[in-house]
Design a protein around this ligand. Structure first.
Ligand code: FES
Length: 250
């Protein structure tokens, strides 16, 4: 049987949702692969919504909004760009191809465009194949989802526009490259920490087991564990570098 991808389509009420409606009313043909969720503005779609969709079995996520400058809430969709950039970073660390997330601007009068976006995205997902149970249940994806809920990450996603276009309160403006480098470092750090936290919650683990399951170097895991211990989130059960065990809670 040929693979039919499942696409979660989160569409803004004022443009893309109306565009999807028009595609139906106008009887434009497109594959029945989307499950539509209506949101008031595309900026309502948080990175965590995207990660959650993949955790729940989606093969692709389509986010649709008004064209830039046409958002019903003036600058809402500019913030969507930052949020989806963050979602792509999280997907990358979760081992999911960024092509599985698509952001498109479709106006209420562009029914034909909506149909062609869905057709094209479905074709691309067919080429990529199903997401796979292993990825859906992976430690990395669960860690990425937990990280996407953290206030630090949510703030970073919404501040992209401010920091790269408008400037901070000291008038400093970062280049997209600088912003990317800073946010990459923060996301990487948060995901590693979350992976270790999840492993500790599952069971007491040795340092070597954690290193193996996270793919991190032993020395790096050791430094993260020191931070956990400093914060009182974990404690040593036995002191031995190679057989260090940590209980779930201090
Ligand atoms: Fe459509 Fe904001 S209302 S993107």
């Amino acid at each position: 049987m040929s693979f039919e991808p499942k696409i979660v389509a989160m569409l803004c009420n004022w443009c893309s949702y109306a565009g999807a409606d028009l595609a139906g009313v106008s009887r434009f043909q497109y594959p029945p692969t989307t499950r539509v969720i209506r949101v008031m503005c595309s900026t309502r779609v948080e990175p965590s919504f995207v990660l959650k969709s993949f955790l729940n079995g989606a093969d692709g996520v389509l986010v649709g909004g008004c064209h830039l400058g046409d958002c019903h809430y003036v600058t809402g969709n500019y913030y969507t760009i930052g949020k989806m950039n963050m979602a792509r970073k999280l997907l990358k660390y979760a081992g999911i191809d960024e092509k599985r997330l698509r952001l498109e601007w479709v106006s209420a009068s562009e029914g034909e465009k909506f149909a062609s976006v869905v057709t094209d995205f479905t074709g691309e997902l067919k080429e990529l194949g199903p997401l796979g149970e292993e990825t859906k249940n992976s430690l990395a994806l669960r860690a990425a989802f937990n990280v996407s809920l953290k206030p630090r990450i949510r703030i970073l996603a919404t501040k992209e526009r401010m920091l790269t276009v408008e400037g901070n309160k000291y008038g400093e403006i970062y280049t997209p490259y600088e912003f990317d480098r800073i946010s990459d470092g923060i996301v990487w750090d948060e995901i590693n920490e979350e992976k270790i936290r999840l492993l500790l919650q599952q069971n007491a683990c040795t340092l070597l087991e954690i290193a193996e399951k996270t793919g991190l170097k032993k020395e790096t895991v050791f430094l993260y564990l020191m931070d956990f211990i400093k914060r009182g989130e974990a404690s040593f059960r036995a002191v031995s570098y190679t057989h260090l065990t940590l209980p779930t809670k201090a």
